[in-house]
Ligand binder design. Structure first.
Ligand SMILES: Cc1cc2nc3c(=O)[nH]c(=O)nc-3n(C[C@H](O)[C@H](O)[C@H](O)COP(=O)(O)O)c2cc1C
Length: 452
């Protein structure tokens, strides 16, 4: 959307005002650190905190096109949360405060369905991203995710259809993985850029690489130069093993990418976008996360899943103190069980107001990649620690037994296992753009442990 300035009263000529651009452009995808799409871990509370702590843009978790088509859009008049509800489940929740920074990720293998899905949510988002990287069978069996990498005609048809159907104020972008061969990757990138996308995220692993394997970010430099050479202004976003806003400088130095995107490190600490990420998260972050989760009616199982994933540096908390808190966190089964963790203070509305204020007061360059410090801050040791912590066999976190065993997996998109919508009388149903029956996301089969 662009805002027209009021016509000047009187006849004296005034200098032309620059139109205020209120929607995303390819420039918005540059010079920032972004929150990656993450099924389950990229829930609304996490996205809001990521924005507060400096993420320039945030991606929604992947949602399979068919899953959202017949959702009912409801708005909570108190919290402002917008929910897209399936028959008994919230498929997607958002809040107007994140809209200017929100990119909605679609899983699709069909141009028409992708367009329908995008139209269903476009009033609440600023960009549509196509997942072309998920290597799990539930995606690839139906031709979605990484299957698109070897079906470039379909991949580009989906992007072209989205670009043609979306109004100019909604960006279209894609997230791919590297192909084993660099020349093939460049050919694919050329075709994608020619569809009219505003941005391209490259997860610098190939389809068969596991999360524990170091991302091949050195391969990105040539891709960035290639895209720049095409002269269309498309932003290239580097993804893979970026640990923080500081570390993004290292990634940019190696890759020349316009921006960086963080997944796992943000799952562990949504304040990693800040120049001074929070420490002692169990004390400094978990209480406000729980309060916000309750205020926004985020399903408790998701709030718990996310809080059990938090893992920051420790400064003040002694080992026995954090063990005590983590055990208490692990025992919770509902928000009511969190009374002690939040010191009996259910001030979620205050947490939300603070988030809204800090997100709304971001400057003209929110979340810009800041050139402070040396620029190459991550040590070999830190990176190895991160990679080891993503071991397929051993969970990264010393999580209590109650943590779901699939903890380190990249979960499948919203489907039959989506969190149940809490009962909430405040919700006002608003008819979805498209009506009909709920079509579930394809279900998964046991799969190897890989991330999109
Ligand atoms: C829990 C989890 C869920 C993910 N879900 C998605 C997803 O929905 N869509 C997607 O494109 N990638 C998804 N990914 C992959 C990440 O976006 C990212 O590409 C990958 O983790 C590499 O980045 P990292 O090294 O910063 O973790 C997921 C990763 C994790 C850990």
């Amino acid at each position: 959307m662009t805002r027209r300035s009021a016509s000047p009263s009187g006849s004296s000529p005034r200098p032309a005002k620059r139109q205020k651009v209120e929607h995303l452009t390819s420039e918005s995808f540059k010079n920032g650190v972004m929150l990656a799409p993450m099924v389950r871990s990229g829930a609304l509370p996490t996205r809001l905190f990521a924005l507060k702590y400096g993420a320039k843009l945030v991606w929604s978790p992947e949602i399979v096109d068919k899953a959202i088509l017949h959702a009912e859009r409801v708005v909570d008049p108190v919290s402002g949360v917008v929910s897209y509800n399936g028959k008994s489940k919230a498929i997607f929740t958002t809040h107007p405060v994140e809209k200017p920074y929100l990119v909605y990720q679609i899983g699709s293998a069909d141009p028409e369905t992708a367009v329908q899905a995008a139209k269903t949510v476009m009033q609440d988002v600023s960009g549509i991203d196509l997942n072309c990287g998920c290597p799990k069978p539930f995606s690839t069996h139906s031709g979605m995710g990484a299957a698109l990498l070897t079906n470039p005609d379909l991949l580009c048809n989906i992007l072209t259809a989205l670009r043609a159907a979306m109004p100019p104020e909604i960006t279209v972008s894609a997230k791919i993985r590297l192909l084993p061969d660099q020349a093939d990757t460049l050919k694919l990138v050329e075709r994608i850029v020619n569809t009219g996308v505003s941005a391209l995220t490259v997860h610098c692993r190939t389809r068969n690489m596991r999360p524990r394997e170091r991302a091949l970010i050195e391969r990105l430099k040539e891709i960035v130069d290639f895209v720049e050479g095409m002269g269309r202004g498309v932003a290239v976003i580097a993804n893979g093993d970026c640990l923080s806003a500081q570390d993004a400088l290292r990634v940019r130095e190696i890759t020349g990418a316009h921006s960086c995107m963080i997944a796992t490190a943000a799952e562990s600490n949504p304040s990693c976008f800040s120049q001074e990420p929070l420490e002692d998260l169990e004390k400094t972050f978990v209480p406000q996360y729980i309060r916000l989760g309750k205020y926004l009616d985020n399903h408790f199982s998701n709030t718990k899943f996310c809080m059990m994933s938090f893992k920051g540096k420790y400064n003040l908390l002694k080992k026995h103190e954090r063990t005590e808190i983590r055990d208490a966190m692990a025992r919770t089964k509902s928000y009511e069980d969190c009374e002690a963790l939040v010191d009996g203070l259910w001030t979620g509305e205050e947490v939300m107001n603070d988030l809204v204020n800090s997100i709304n007061s971001r400057g003209s360059q929110p979340g810009a990649l800041l050139e402070t410090g040396s620029g190459v801050s991550t040590t070999e040791e830190e990176l190895n620690d991160k990679l080891l912590s993503e071991s397929d066999d051993e969970p990264a976190l010393h999580l209590p037994q109650s943590t779901p065993p699939e903890k380190r997996e990249n979960p499948e998109p919203v489907s039959l296992n989506a969190p149940l919508l809490p009962r909430n009388e405040r919700l006002i149903p608003i008819p979805a753009a498209i009506t009909g029956i709920d079509v579930p996301t394809p279900s998964s089969s046991p799969v190897p442990h890989v991330h999109s």
